[in-house]
Design a protein around this ligand. Structure first.
Ligand code: FMN
Length: 390
């Protein structure tokens, strides 16, 4: 992770408080140091002991009990934090912060706190849309508070609407993004991901096992590091940050055209998609009927898209992937040369926990001059190693 960063978690009395236990647990696993303040009302919903145990940290609840030491607690807590997260953030606490009220340890600390604050808002839809809340949120936004928007969904009050706390994973991603070095600002990165599909007839097709996980991880990391990102994606169930331009494609032809449309002012192309190498020579317009005799399909090679862009890359950096089941290095080196690309990320798909449809990968980064052999890592970690090449 990004060094030991200390996050002050301010917990107020919203019913989504149980999800914040998960946020705390995830942040601890990622190596953040935490300190927690709960309002008195919040302690009526969940015991501070739960947060103390999951956060592996001090939980403060009382303004006038400072643990028998001489520090003025709300001032010292404010100084120690690198970032503050208010989650869940109630309408009540938001109103107090907007008006500079400091009537408990949480609001007093935040009045003395000078760095950035994320606010994960959560409440009933009517409370959220109430003009008082809307005005208070706007005041805090103008003051630089960063709101993590609530989601639309089923609420604890048995209604459906806006006001659900963002999912723990979304909140943690926001925090990760905040601390990540922004070394790709000003770079345009095109990433391809997922499989392509080549139709045989209206109901049948050729494709492969690619889930898109590697490409999506690269796109997300590049975005987090400040790049302008275009993700050209074959069919995939994965979600991607709103700030990333996503272009959905199915066939090899569409993949090539979509890259071509973005290539002119791009700095980097990372081809993590798994395009089909072949398509049927003649796609049937009608569903091919079942027969007793064998059916022969003539397959013809698809255009080699990596090679096409490698040849016209100019000053751009082009990185390709090689999923191999044998002669990994030899085949990858040949690809590197024949296709005129700068790096090949080679993985042996027969290895356990590497390749298609898993969250981890074990790759070698191959360039003209060297081979970097990386250990088994999360795809998000591999993504950052690849982006370090830029
Ligand atoms: C079961 C329960 C659930 C609540 N959920 C929310 C909520 O999701 N959002 C909210 O703004 N207030 C909610 N409230 C109201 C707050 O708890 C109340 O306004 C309280 O005064 C907030 O105090 P605090 O901001 O100091 O934590 C809830 C109250 C109860 C009893």
């Amino acid at each position: 992770m990004m060094g030991k960063k200390r996050i002050l978690i301010c917990v107020t009395a919203g019913i989504a408080i149980y999800k914040v236990v998960d946020v705390v647990s995830r942040l601890v696993k990622k190596g953040y140091e935490l300190e927690i303040i709960m309002t008195e009302a919040a302690t009526k919903l969940i015991s501070p002991l739960v947060f103390e145990t999951m956060g592996n940290c001090l939980v403060h609840t009382d303004m006038f009990h400072n643990g028998h030491h001489y520090e003025v607690e709300h001032i010292e807590i404010a100084k120690r934090a690198d970032l503050c997260l208010i989650a869940p953030a109630t309408a009540n606490t938001i109103a107090k912060l907007a008006n500079g009220v400091a009537d408990n340890l949480l609001t007093s600390t935040l009045l003395a706190y000078t760095k950035d604050t994320f606010v994960a808002i959560a409440m009933n839809t009517n409370m959220l849309n109430n003009i008082a809340t809307v005005n208070n949120v706007n005041i805090l936004k103008k003051r630089g508070f960063k709101f993590i928007n609530s989601n639309v969904g089923y609420l604890a009050c048995n209604t459906y609407g806006d006001g659900r706390l963002a999912e723990p994973i979304e909140i943690v991603e926001e925090i990760d993004r905040y601390f990540i070095k922004k070394d790709l600002i000003g770079k345009k990165v095109i990433v391809t991901a997922g499989p392509t599909i080549e139709r045989i007839d209206p109901v049948r097709y050729i494709t492969n096992d690619s889930s898109g996980k590697m490409g999506y991880a690269i796109a997300e990391s590049a975005y987090n590091r400040g790049a302008e990102v275009v993700l050209v994606s074959g069919p995939s169930k994965l979600n991607i940050s709103e700030g990333i331009k996503k272009i959905d494609i199915t066939t090899n032809n569409e993949l090539k055209k979509s890259i071509e449309n973005e290539f002119n002012n791009a700095d980097v192309l990372i081809m993590a998609a798994a395009p089909c190498d072949f398509r049927v020579k003649e796609q049937s317009k009608e569903k091919i009927k079942r027969k007793e005799e064998n059916l022969l399909l003539e397959l013809i090679p698809n255009e080699d898209i990596l090679s096409y862009f490698g040849k016209i890359k100019g000053k751009r950096l082009v990185i390709g992937f090689a999923a191999e089941s044998n002669n990994l290095i030899e085949n990858s080196k040949r690809k590197l040369e024949n296709k005129n690309v700068d790096y090949i990320i080679a993985n042996n798909i027969t290895e356990k926990d590497a390749g298609f449809n898993v969250d981890t990968n074990k790759v070698k980064i191959i360039s003209k001059d060297e081979i970097i052999d990386l250990p088994l890592m999360l795809k998000s970690e591999v993504a950052n190693k690849i982006l370090d090449l830029i």
